[in-house]
Design a protein. Structure first.
Length: 258
């Protein structure tokens, strides 16, 4: 008789019956896919139902989709300001020519402008009517050109043409002069009754302003270079007759080019 604590080995018949019972029952692939789909599908929410309703496209009689009108969108432009200082000796000419200065800025560039007498400056500001992105810079260049001493009609060209520039330099940048030598250099640039300055302007199609020892040149890039070379030659001591000859040669070449 075996001991009560001895292990009882199962019979072969009982082992086979247990294996057959644990074997999975065969099912169709469609059933597996259907069970997986239902198991992974999230539960419907009220928000999802609203989205489905809003995405419905209505068709007209000809089959064309009809959409709701788009909401009005107003672009918000950033308001920019610019403050251009004016020298004290140019405030009186600015007041006298103000009726000719502000109309191009307001009508052409659609800017808001005012003259600040206390700070001795002209303030510019863009508005909702301003369409040109560079309008503020053009307006500042226009006021700056007038403050340098250019005439209003010449400065307005900066608003209408894009290839105009202003170059400023001093006589001491070319040659260190002082006293009577500086006065004679300025006199050679201007000439008798401004004859030399007018000759340089007409030959190079530029405008030149002599403001004490500072020289301002308004014009195109190549024209400014030619005028600057003529002025530098006069500062270094070249006789005006030689400068006139060079200007005649340059003017003849420009006529042949155009």
């Amino acid at each position: 008789m075996p001991a009560p604590t001895a292990l009882i080995r199962p019979s072969i018949e009982s082992v086979m019956e247990l294996a057959v019972a644990n074997q999975p029952t065969p099912m169709d692939e469609d059933d597996e896919l259907l069970i997986d789909a239902t198991a992974s599908a999230p539960a419907p929410t009220p928000n999802a139902k609203v989205l489905v309703d809003s995405s419905v496209v209505h068709l007209d009689e000809e089959g064309r989709p009809q959409f709701a009108p788009a909401a009005e969108f107003t672009s918000v432009k950033k308001v920019e300001t610019r403050k251009v200082p004016v020298p004290p000796h140019r405030m009186t000419p600015l007041k006298g020519a103000w009726s000719k200065i502000y109309p191009p800025l307001v009508d052409h560039l659609k800017l808001q402008v005012r003259m600040n007498i206390k700070d001795k400056a002209v303030e510019l500001r863009s508005s909702k009517h301003t369409t040109d992105a560079s309008a503020l810079q053009k307006g500042a260049d226009f006021i700056r050109a007038f403050s340098f001493g250019f005439d209003v009609d010449d400065a307005i060209a900066l608003l209408r043409l894009d290839d105009l520039y202003i170059e400023t330099f001093e006589i001491k940048d070319v040659k260190t002069l002082s006293g009577d030598h500086l006065s004679r250099a300025i006199g050679r640039i201007a000439g008798k009754d401004g004859k030399t300055k007018f000759a340089i302007e007409n030959a190079t199609r530029t405008r030149v302003v002599l403001a004490d020892s500072k020289i301002h040149i308004l014009g195109g890039f190549q024209n400014i270079r030619i005028a600057r070379e003529a002025v530098v030659s006069l500062i270094l001591g070249s006789p005006p007759g030689k400068v006139y000859g060079n200007l005649r040669t340059i003017a003849a070449r420009q006529k042949e080019r155009f």
